[in-house]
Design a protein around this ligand. Structure first.
Ligand code: PHE
Length: 455
């Protein structure tokens, strides 16, 4: 077994962990994905289910992941191996680590494609393409981009290279530094957008779309998507948070740290939604349910028509790229850490190899927006299939195993010992939720959602 402590360096403080975990959590999931899946699922009721999932499943599982990571102090695969060996358990529990690493690479494959759109939009914004555009024009500019596979591949490649470079720098240098300045800046800009959208969009309709509970729009497929997104947006169920937990100082309080990350993440998603939907409703040519293009069509209309919009717009897409960047880092880090620990890889070679795999798989997503747009597997195109398989299947399943592992398999004393800095009040409530509520909720939603999706 590899040595337990200090292989990958450690965060300089609890605060750096909060920043890094927030950097991982806040990304395309909040700004790009959350608004469009809310739109596809009819609004309010979906948002409520999503918030419940964050509270009852996401945050408890996040505490569990950080705790496991800190106890194991290695890559997720070796952490799970170490913990199962230590407890004399069946090796099957290692699947938690493996499933996660594979899911991370699969997510990265299409994540890089979407981040490439954002990269491409920086130049579009700066060069004035969107000056004074209407929603219709913004829509056709976006469709032109989707049809052009060479451009998509170009930006996907650039984004993956950026990711590989930072991760090669290692945790303390590369990852820690990348998030310090960027996250606060992104948040400020979202607030600016919100103010503009309040002034110039149909704010009342946007608001009520997000927050009024229209029960009829909700389906089991939607509930599964909401739960899957709770995992996705908090970076859970694939080892990212476990890997970051491995670099967490021993005496930092996990509970409040996780709460801070969860709050920030949720706030960013809701503000993004509040900035986008008023614009959507003020422009009849944009459908709330228009899918992955939602942000790329609605926001250019805002920027193109606001004073200083070209500057703000370019800055916005720079920041979205950076947010995606700090998330992508955490998608690849667990696999890199594993190859370095166990297979004697150099960090550079590990990164290049994994980046290449993500790139090749990502080509499938690129093509699903043009050449393969008509090909369907079980009703999904390639990109949708990858997204469904990872967010709605792999992440929740890994989350389920983690909840069961921590709630039922690990000795309660061992869990208590690792979380000794928490009060009894917090600990016992958390342990109860992770034992009963989270696994049951995941199981019911997963079974019903899958059944409805394929029936
Ligand atoms: N949480 C990131 C986002 O919302 C995506 C992500 C998922 C990152 C899983 C790491 C692990 O964009």
């Amino acid at each position: 077994m590899s040595s337990k402590k200090g292989m990958h360096g450690a965060w300089s403080s609890r605060w750096t962990f909060v920043l890094a975990a927030t950097g991982s959590a806040v990304g395309l999931g909040n700004i790009w994905k959350f608004p469009y899946i809310v739109g596809e699922n009819g609004g309010g009721a979906f948002v409520l289910v999503y918030l419940l999932c964050i509270l009852m499943v996401g945050l408890p599982v996040m505490v569990a992941e950080v705790m496991l990571g800190r106890r194991g102090r290695q890559s997720p695969i070796n952490t799970m191996r170490y913990l199962t060996e230590q407890a004399g358990l069946h090796g099957g529990w290692n699947a938690i680590g493996w499933l996660g690493v594979v899911a991370g690479l699969m997510i990265l494959s299409y994540y890089a494609v979407i981040a490439g759109w954002a990269l491409h939009y920086i130049g579009h914004m700066a060069s004035g393409t969107f000056q004074g555009v209407t929603a219709e024009q913004a829509g056709s500019i976006f469709n032109e981009l989707l049809a052009d596979k060479d451009t998509l591949i170009f930006w996907q490649t650039i984004f993956l290279l950026l990711t590989v470079i930072v991760v090669t720098g290692g945790v303390t240098k590369g990852l820690g530094m990348a998030v310090r300045v960027l996250m606060p800046l992104l948040f400020v800009l979202l607030i600016v957008l919100l103010v503009f959208s309040y002034q110039s969009g149909d704010f009342a309709r946007g608001f009520s779309f997000l927050f009024s509970f229209n029960y009829e729009a909700l389906t089991w497929e939607g509930v599964l998507e909401a739960m899957g997104h709770a995992f996705f947006t908090l970076s859970l169920g694939m080892g990212a948070i476990m890997a970051y937990g491995a670099y967490m100082p021993q005496h930092a309080r996990i509970g409040r740290t996780v709460l801070a990350v969860g709050l920030l993440d949720t706030l960013v998603a809701l503000v993004a939604g509040l900035a986008i939907f008023p614009i959507v409703f003020a422009n009849p040519t944009i459908e709330p349910s228009s899918g992955p293009g939602l942000m790329f069509v609605s926001l250019p209309v805002v920027f193109g028509n606001m004073p200083g919009g070209l500057l703000f717009g370019s800055l916005f897409f720079v920041l979205v790229t950076l947010a995606a960047w700090s998330s992508a880092i955490s998608l690849i880090e667990p696999a890199v850490a594993y190859l370095v620990e166990s297979k004697n890889f150099h960090r550079i070679t590990a990164n290049l190899l994994l980046g290449l795999i993500a790139w090749i798989v990502g080509l499938g997503s690129v093509l699903s927006f043009n050449v393969w747009s008509e090909s369907r597997v079980a009703g999904f195109n390639f990109f949708e299939f990858m997204d469904f398989l990872t967010s709605s299947v792999m992440l929740p399943l890994t989350g389920l195993f983690i909840a069961i592992f921590v709630g039922w398999i690990m000795r309660p004393q061992a869990v208590r010992e690792e979380l000794s800095d928490e009060s009894d009040y917090v600990f016992f409530r958390w342990h109860w939720i992770v034992r009963y509520i989270s696994p049951l909720a995941i199981l019911v939603v997963f079974v019903m959602g899958i059944y409805k999706t394929f029936s």
